[in-house]
Design a protein around this ligand. Structure first.
Ligand SMILES: Nc1ncnc2c1ncn2[C@@H]1O[C@H](COP(=O)(O)OP(=O)(O)OP(=O)(O)O)[C@@H](O)[C@H]1O
Length: 303
């Protein structure tokens, strides 16, 4: 282990459940302070990858290192916090007792109230776990993940079941941790959260990494833009000849209403407007969303 070891390093990792190949040659490195979102359709391998990163599943091929050492050793040193989808919680203890117990294992019993506050549980300390709502239980799982103030946090769908306020508070806490050099890897189906809070997005599809980079970089992979406008005297053939055009659609419901998909917005608009009056009215430009890009990247298997 060296000071500048990546927090996570995965090389050529393959994992199969019997004959079902869940991860096929995954490579990635995550460094201190990164907030990484794992995206991908159901069954893409996000949870399997998370389990492999934690040392809970041993890959049949390849190597996994956390802080330059075996995942189990990093976990034993208290460097890793984790929130998995299907962990159960003791039902008959109070929120404060459970969080305090885990905090004590990290030598942080005196920080129990801070942990409860950070997880949005300040008012729920005396409540029995068995009496909590789904979103409240989710916050307890988060409290347990952060109890040791770990350098590396793995969160599997952390905001599932959280209401709007809790989500907001959760992300503020995550950003504050990242600002202190903590590393966060989370799997999610909320694309807008990945776009807003992750500085890197990794897209998995059938156990392979099909995209890896900042949201903006991933979005440039599909650079098409849609232009919508009205133009009375236009003909379809004429619009199709504009530079950059990928596709032209007229609106059958509204004559003279057009939708152009272009790969070169500037060239298309220059030609459309030309030098004189264009007759174009009500122009709307919409960029491809990250959701469109993900659908394009993961559509091959029709999930
Ligand atoms: N315990 C298991 N035994 C057998 N196959 C499994 C097991 N867990 C997962 N799989 C299979 O491995 C593949 C990857 O599953 P995984 O749970 O990692 O996907 P995921 O991306 O986390 O999906 P989701 O978005 O639905 O949580 C799927 O085809 C799944 O059916």
């Amino acid at each position: 282990m060296t000071l500048d070891s990546p927090h996570v390093s995965i090389r050529d990792v393959a994992f199969s459940y019997g004959r079902l190949r869940a991860l096929a040659g995954v490579n990635l490195e995550v460094r201190a302070g990164e907030v990484v979102a794992l995206l991908g359709p159901n069954g893409a391998g996000k949870s399997t990858l998370t389990h492999v990163m934690l040392g809970l599943l041993a890959p049949q091929a390849g190597q996994v290192r956390l802080f330059g050492t075996r995942p189990q050793d990093a976990v034993a040193r208290g460097q890793v916090g984790v929130m998995l989808q299907d962990t159960g919680l003791m039902r008959y203890v109070s929120v404060r007792e459970l969080v305090g117990l885990v905090a004590a294992q990290y030598g942080r019993a005196d920080r129990t109230e801070d942990i409860l506050r950070d997880a949005g549980l300040a008012d729920l300390g005396p409540r029995r776990i068995g009496r909590l709502s789904g979103g409240q239980r989710q916050r307890v799982k988060f409290a347990l993940a952060i109890a040791g103030d770990p350098e590396l946090l793995f969160l599997d769908e952390p905001t599932a079941a959280l209401d709007v306020q809790s989500r907001h508070a959760f992300w503020q806490d995550i950003l504050e941790r990242a600002g202190r050099g903590r590393t966060i890897v989370f799997a999610t189906h909320y694309i807008e959260e990945a776009e807003a809070y992750a500085n890197r997005i990794i897209v998995l599809q059938e156990g392979r990494v099909v995209a890896d980079g900042p949201a903006r970089q991933i979005m440039t992979r599909v650079s098409d833009v849609t232009l919508r406008f009205s133009k009375r005297e236009a003909r379809e053939e004429e619009l199709a000849r504009l530079p950059g055009i990928v596709r032209v659609q007229g609106s059958p419901a509204e004559e003279g209403h057009w939708e152009l998909v272009t790969a070169d917005q500037d060239a298309t608009l220059d030609a459309l407007y030309g030098t004189g009056p264009s007759g174009v009215r009500g122009l709307e430009i919409s960029r491809t969303s990250l959701e469109d890009v993900l659908l394009a990247l993961t559509k091959e298997t029709g999930h």
